[in-house]
Write a protein that binds this ligand. Sequence first.
Ligand code: AMP
Ligand code: FE
Ligand code: FE
Ligand code: ZN
Length: 282
Amino acid sequence: MRIDLHAHSSVSDGTDSPAGLVEAALEAGLDAVAITDHDSTGGWDQAAAAARELGMVLVPGMEVSCRTPEGISVHVLSYLHDPQHHGLLEEISKSKDARLSRAEHMVSLLAEDYPLSWDDVTQHLAPGATVGRPHIADALVAAGIVGDRSEAFATILSSRSRYFVQHYAPEPAVAVELVRAAGGVPVFAHPVAESRGRTVGEATYHDMIDAGLAGLEVFHRDNPEARRPFLLALAERRGLFLTGASDYHGSGKPNRLGENTTAPEVFAEIERQASGTAVVRP
Ligand code: AMP
Ligand code: FE
Ligand code: FE
Ligand code: ZN
């Protein structure tokens, strides 16, 4: 079985619709795919319908934006949680709202130096979608200011850029606790992805593990090889499972579906630990 547990649709910053994502997973030769949009479960129903129709296994999931008190960005993947759980829903709504005012703020800063308006950004945003820097990147590409999203992130949208603005997000351990409370299974996404900015020290891992963290997404292109032994040792010591995934964003990123996968035994363990939502099977 080939299982990819991290992929985005146009409900956040992917470029495929939720149904299109399931179709792309089938074409990539996968047996199972997780839909993990940023701070939203808005794609679950459409993806589930497509999975039933196409004979794919779908794992309903989400990627929760978090930030440590020192300002380091952390992403927590949630699998199979109850999408109606109040505590979790409240946190992700706060993040989504904060993301909107933050994106508007970044665009107003950019507009001082570049021909860019908020309208240019919303054109790249599906209705109700979680807005992020990728959508600002799309507007910069359309205006001919950068060549693609990657160039935008390497330059004017980087977390070190003077146009960068932070947004509210819960602390990682709080998100982990809420995911568990909602019956979900929390996994630390791309934990040592240093190309995205600063990464957390070991204390944050222990806080997250004490709060109920289940696994580490070790096999992800943004985790440098040199830092993986640390993750493997920690997982061994604290009894975490390991996952692998693509973090597919459609044409918005070079990541291809199935470029990293998760072992069937780990998928079975995720399903065993979850109590919020069922895996969708054809
Ligand atoms: P934000 O959450 O709005 O701060 O933006 C971060 C998002 O941008 C993440 O979800 C990534 O998927 C995406 N991202 C990060 N680096 C890149 C890149 N080099 N190219 C395209 N998208 C990226
Ligand atoms: Fe993303
Ligand atoms: Fe992420
Ligand atoms: Zn992701």
